[in-house]
Ligand binder design. Structure first.
Ligand code: FAD
Length: 367
């Protein structure tokens, strides 16, 4: 029996890919509701642009996989290539230049341009960088596609897992609100809540929640195709297909704080958005929300197992704000790992062992 803790994008993707491999004895346990965590709170953009080489390799494979899989899923995930556009102002910082050198050496096709080349931006913003291998999708259709595929075959249990069980060096199951569920394999995809759960076995994985906010405007004529990132202020935004502008600002609060939004952040975002985009003077925000980035010390995800852990315990979490785009490939990798019992090459740098052995990946491109 396999237990998956958490019904977000990652848990459901793993469940779907296990089913594709013929594995049906899966129980998915969710504390709140399907997609309660960051999987329903993100702004659904994807990119291959990271500044650690292993993350670039992983993201590149993940985007190829997502693009292919989106054609097979029940709902249209609206996977589209739109690019990312960085506003650099007076020019790139040394760190940004290092990243674009890596992207050039990996053949990711980006280029430096005058921002005046982009008609939707106001004039005189200085230098920009456009990366074409990036885009958007719809997170809800992705999550719901996986849910639709598995809901009649796998078992869903509602309740909070409060404890992991092990004995004799092997996983034995979990405790869900006082009730034991036996399992010889447990996959933890509990997003920002993952560390809390692992601590019930005395295991420590450094994943901490950081609350981030997102906002959506009223709709205006479609013009902002790429995701725009304003490096000076940390504001980022893009159009949705409906015509709203969706985005956020790089300000966070660490810890399990309540899901609220700050007026200060919202106004800073709106002011900068109006300042940068042509023809949206006076545009209003319709709503805002927040969710947790699940941050690791090297801002890279954690997948697989540690040989020092009880046998049968797996993790897939800690995506540090860029996990929705990775969920199709990560689910496939985890399903394969659980069935074969081996870690594949792409996953190897991301195993939890790296925190113990100090082989960190040092990713800094968190958006
Ligand atoms: C504002 C914002 C914008 C973002 N933008 C993007 C973006 O543009 N692109 C991108 O790729 N990513 C983005 N992300 C990040 C992305 O949303 C996450 O990395 C991803 O959704 C993580 O998915 P998950 O399945 O691992 O975790 P989650 O979706 O958080 O799911 C974890 C689930 O586990 C459940 N759970 C937790 N503890 C327990 C327990 N003890 N027992 C039972 N169930 C439990 C929770 O209720 C939850 O449903 C953004 C995130 C935020 C907050």
């Amino acid at each position: 029996m396999i237990v998956i803790v958490g019904a977000g994008g990652h848990g459901l993707s793993a469940a779907y890919h296990l089913l594709k491999r013929g594995v049906k004895n899966v129980v998915i346990i969710e504390a709140k509701r399907v997609g309660y965590g960051s999987s329903s709170r993100n702004i659904s953009r994807y990119r291959v642009y990271f500044n650690d080489k292993k993350n670039v390799e992983f993201a590149r494979k993940a985007m190829e996989f997502f693009s292919k899989e989106s054609k097979e899923l029940k709902f249209n995930t609206m996977f589209m290539r739109t690019g990312y556009l960085w506003i650099l102002g007076e020019g790139p910082t040394e760190g940004f230049r290092r990243s674009t050198n890596l992207w050039d050496s990996e053949g990711l096709g980006g280029k430096y341009l005058d921002c005046n080349n982009f008609n939707f931006l106001k004039e005189g913003l200085g230098e920009c960088y456009f990366g074409p291998l990036a885009g958007s999708f719809h997170h809800d259709y992705l999550t719901l596609s996986y849910y639709e595929e598995v809901r009649k075959v796998h078992t869903f249990l509602s309740g909070e897992v409060t404890q992991l069980l092990s004995s004799g060096g092997k996983v034995k199951g979990v405790v869900v609100e006082g009730r034991q569920v036996q399992a010889d394999t447990v996959l933890i995809t509990a997003g920002a809540w993952t560390s809390r759960l692992l601590s019930s076995l005395g295991l420590s994985i450094p994943i901490v929640p950081e609350r981030k906010e997102a906002y959506i405007t009223e709709d205006v004529k479609f013009k902002v195709k790429p995701l725009v990132i304003d490096l000076a202020t940390g504001v980022y935004f893009s159009h949705t297909l409906k015509g709203e502008i969706i985005g956020g600002i790089d300000r966070g609060v660490q810890g399990f704080v309540e899901f609220s939004i700050s007026l200060d952040n919202m106004l800073a975002y709106l002011k900068r958005l109006r300042h940068l985009v042509r023809g949206i003077e006076g545009i209003g925000l319709m709503r805002g929300w927040s969710g947790f980035y699940e941050m690791t010390p090297d801002r890279s995800h954690v997948m697989g197992f540690d040989p020092q852990w009880p046998e049968g315990l797996f993790i897939d979490a800690g995506y540090s704000g860029h996990g929705m785009m990775m969920s199709p490939l990560s689910g496939e990798i985890m399903a394969k790992m659980i069935v074969d019992g081996k870690i594949d090459g792409l996953a190897q740098p991301f195993t939890p062992e790296r925190f113990r052995t100090h082989k960190l990946l040092e990713e800094n491109m968190v958006i």
